[in-house]
Design a protein around this ligand. Structure first.
Ligand code: AQP
Length: 341
């Protein structure tokens, strides 16, 4: 932990957008770390960031379903509502209130440098939503409204957590205070960047137009096997050494997924599968993925039968989250000079 973070008690915050169904990338890159940190006994707060999801168009009915399904995915993967605070972002208004303050702290140039903004807005930035541009300030508010010291994320979110640190530093500097912690990203594990099954240079993503590019946490055994069987590869056998994967992004990705699902690293996985042809390796990977993911998808399906129970868990979590966020927002308003705070 850094010196600045050391003044604050450890508290973990992270979130996932209900912008589609959960993917294997979200599970391996984020949710498994969420569960580890919960089980390490640290205070953990995990959110379904529905306000982030609407920075690009979401069908309202799909957003409702995806939010509940994401909550079901959290719980089915091992997050326990009695141990972690689980809620959806829109139900804790302090996030958006602090985000406004941070919109006034962050600089346009900082936002313009964000690679996610550039990727998602594409060539037509003029037509992107203002919310998509301001996304990282809301993310900073999500984290700092709890004085969170640690944020488990996949590799792609590193830049946004760095921007959160810049916002905290500038706020503390401008107002001559040390009120906000300088949060640490926690990017650990074998699978911090799971790639598309169709293109080893693109990350696996819920909003990729091709469903064949990803494994969804709700996919059944047939779908998982078929997607892995059809995953893009090259004609060579797998190498025995990690160096042999250097110029082979698709092969590396599949071995990486195998490694993460078997709780080992690339070198450990290659001890099992090095020298094999894809015709032999792919069914091994499919069996492993089905064995690891089926219990989660069945539990998600069971939880989705009782949406009112999911809503009750989220409402309870929102109440507990607000109890932490409200005094931090109030003190922020006082520091900024808002009369009546
Ligand atoms: N492919 C991935 N590999 C490892 N980690 C990943 N994460 C996402 N994709 C991968 C991590 O999952 C967490 C939640 O991500 P998010 O939903 O907030 O946004 P995202 O990173 O933009 O994820 P998606 O799936 O690509 O969503 P869309 O398609 O809506 O943009 C984060 O910790 C992220 O790093």
């Amino acid at each position: 932990m850094s010196e600045a973070a050391a003044q604050f008690s450890p508290r973990v915050f992270s979130g996932i957008q209900p912008s589609g169904g959960l993917t294997l990338g979200n599970y391996l890159g984020a949710i498994r770390r969420f569960v580890d940190m919960q089980n390490d006994g640290i205070e953990t707060i995990y959110c379904m960031v529905d306000l982030h999801a609407i920075t690009v168009w979401q069908d309202p009915e799909a957003l409702r379903r995806n939010t509940r399904e994401l909550a079901a995915g959290y719980i089915a993967s091992g997050l326990d509502p009695a141990k972690s605070i689980l809620f959806n972002q829109s139900q804790v208004v302090e996030h958006t209130q602090l985000a406004w303050i941070f919109n006034c702290v962050a600089r346009m140039g900082w936002m313009q440098r964000m690679t996610q903004w550039k990727d998602k807005a594409g060539k037509n930035q003029q037509n992107a939503s203002l919310g998509l541009f301001a996304y990282p300030a809301l993310m900073a508010a999500d984290i700092l409204v709890y004085h969170a010291t640690h944020v488990p994320v996949g590799e792609d979110q590193k830049q946004h957590v760095e921007l959160t640190r810049d916002i905290a530093i500038k706020f503390n500097h401008d107002f001559k205070t040390d009120f906000f912690p300088i949060t640490e990203p926690v990017i650990e594990g074998t699978a911090t960047r799971v790639m598309s099954l169709r293109d080893g240079s693109k990350k696996m993503s819920k909003s990729d137009p091709s469903d064949m590019s990803r494994i969804n946490m709700t996919d059944d055994a047939d779908a998982i096997s078929s997607k892995i069987r059809k995953a893009r590869t090259d004609p060579d056998a797998l190498p025995s050494e990690v160096a042999g994967l250097a110029e082979r992004p698709e092969a590396r990705n599949l071995v990486n997924i195998y490694a993460a699902l078997s709780d080992t690293d690339l070198a450990g996985a290659l001890k099992d599968v090095g020298g094999k042809q894809f015709a032999e390796f792919k069914p091994m990977l499919a069996d492993l993925a089905v064995a690891k993911l089926s219990p989660i998808s069945s539990e998600m399906a069971r939880l989705m039968q009782a949406p009112e129970e999911i809503d009750r868990i989220l409402a309870d979590g929102a109440g507990r989250a607000r109890a932490i966020a409200a005094p931090i927002l109030k003190r922020t308003y006082e520091i900024v000079g808002m009369v009546g705070a």
